[in-house]
Design a protein around this ligand. Sequence first.
Ligand code: AMP
Length: 302
Amino acid sequence: MNKRKTILAVGSIAIDTLETPHGNRKDLLGGSATYFSISASLMAPVKLVGVVGNDFPEEGWKLFHSRNINTDNILVENGSTFRWGGRYSNDYSTRDTLFTELGVFENFTPYIQEADRLSPLVFLGNIHPDLQSSVAKLTPSAEYIVTDTMNLWIDLFPEKLKEVLKLSTILLINHEEAEQFTGQSEISDAASELLSAGPEIVVIKKGADGAYLAQGETRHSVPVFPINQVIDPTGAGDSFAGGFMGHLSQTSQPDFLEAVIVGSAMASFCIEGFGVESLVKATQKLLEQRVESIKNSMVEKV
Ligand code: AMP
């Protein structure tokens, strides 16, 4: 078996409160880096970069360690862990942020041990673009720097985000965010404009409508794995990123279409339960089944 490449991942590590049409939950383990690392750790060694407060629950550490997620670069500061609350509309089509309490995140400066700066794969999860840039600059020898973001940063700091894109090899972004950032409503036009901003590859995620891969002039659409009931879509994008990079970790010549399919399959586990409860139940075998099923549905479409 090939040696799997290590992924260094920065993002938020959070305590979430969720209101969904299927019920409410308080104090769930969340955050972009959390969802990402739980997803990617099914396939790859992951090292997390982030910050938590001294109130971070023991179950969180146990979960990370049970999946061999390296936590040496997580700072523990006096104060509160980042907290976020979200409410979904009745058909899950929209989500309102109920609150954002930065806590120890407010003064976060990413810390990365010298040896870990050589990690071949780097994930810049959804956090302030300045923090994403600082991690990218600390890891100049990375083969792939994969970046995610959210509407908040596009609204507040579009210029800073453009700086991040110049340092990124791959951008993962939602369709609405791609439109917001570029002003282009056609997905192919939005992808072309994002490609010209720096990354070699752009993946535009379209929720239940699948994902769109743009690499140079080559374009592909990938459907979702259909699940019976969406319970909680929080973290679906980060779980997608975890699957996508998990594939990159396994090979020296990645197939980016395959990476998008693995990403879609991992996202499908995430949305079946609250927080990370379903994601942690994904196994290699279940993943392979979902990947095959997505591939079959693509063949049927041709
Ligand atoms: P997603 O559903 O992909 O947008 O990711 C949801 C996760 O992002 C939640 O677990 C939140 O804790 C986290 N999150 C929400 N807002 C922010 C923010 N401003 N910065 C960093 N992470 C955030």
